[in-house]
Design a protein around this ligand. Structure first.
Ligand SMILES: CSCCC(=O)C(=O)COP(=O)(O)O
Ligand SMILES: [Mg+2]
Length: 236
């Protein structure tokens, strides 16, 4: 399969890294640290705003204590709700974990060669993930293949772009990149995300990786592969 594009925009979970890397390794790391982080960073406006938003979304009283906020966050994590203030707090905790050497990002074996190959060929790379931009940058900075942050020119999340299953988020990204939708290719394991990108005119590639949650999903008219090694992209 050969595509022509200027930008390659990649999802993280299920596309670059196993879902278990996020749901087990990263969520297990964040879970016990949420309460202490909220308490120890109570004066950080980012944390304060996130906690206020969590209370509002969960319909908790404005003075609900950290234990009640954390209980909500644990419920959201158990249900894998990708809610922005949760992702903000997780991202801060993971940022510290990567900086302290307690976390190291791992990818499917085909990922780093593909990313490096596209970058070397002159394609421009960006990330669109539910994980916060801070969490994404930390994730790519400490990987089993070293610091990969230099590969990516832009990072998008649900705060600076919008929800991943809504076409307007892909319009916002195309505008931010000053790119025509037809010059953008989006790679994701979630058909609904690909549908939203295609609705905005993007090219799309679905990742149906063995053992991953969407391995047997219906990808409709989207191109589908089980490895990035099968995705050839020429600079447009
Ligand atoms: C350090 S990035 C963590 C990714 C994350 O938190 C997440 O929810 C992944 O969602 P995606 O949109 O990449 O499938
Ligand atoms: Mg994904």
């Amino acid at each position: 399969m050969t595509l022509s594009a200027k930008w390659v925009v990649v999802d993280i979970e299920g596309t670059l890294t196993a879902t278990s890397q996020v749901h087990v390794v990263l969520y297990d790391y964040a879970r016990p640290r949420l309460g202490p982080w909220i308490e120890q960073h109570a004066d950080d406006p980012v944390v304060r705003d996130a906690v206020r938003e969590i209370r509002e979304l969960a319909e908790l009283p404005a003075d609900a204590g950290t234990d009640r906020v954390v209980a909500v966050l644990h419920e959201w994590m158990a249900a894998d709700r990708k809610i922005a203030p949760l992702k903000t707090l997780q991202g801060l905790i993971w940022q510290r974990g990567y900086a302290d050497g307690e976390l190291v990002a791992e990818f499917f074996p085909d990922v780093v060669p593909a990313l490096r190959g596209w970058h070397a060929a002159g394609l421009r790379l960006a990330v669109f993930s539910s994980g916060s931009v801070a969490g994404q940058v930390a994730f790519f900075s400490k990987t089993t293949d070293g610091d990969l942050t230099g590969l990516f020119e832009h990072h998008f999340d649900t705060v600076n772009a919008g929800p991943k299953r809504v076409a307007s988020s892909y319009r916002a990204i195309a505008t931010a990149l000053a790119a025509e939708p037809g010059d953008l290719v989006f790679l994701s394991d979630v058909p609904a995300e690909l549908d939203a990108a295609a609705e905005d005119g993007w090219r799309t590639v679905g990742l149906a990786r063995a053992g991953e949650p969407y391995a047997d999903a219906d990808f409709g008219a989207h191109r589908v592969v089980d490895s990035l090694a099968l995705v050839e992209i020429e600079p447009a």
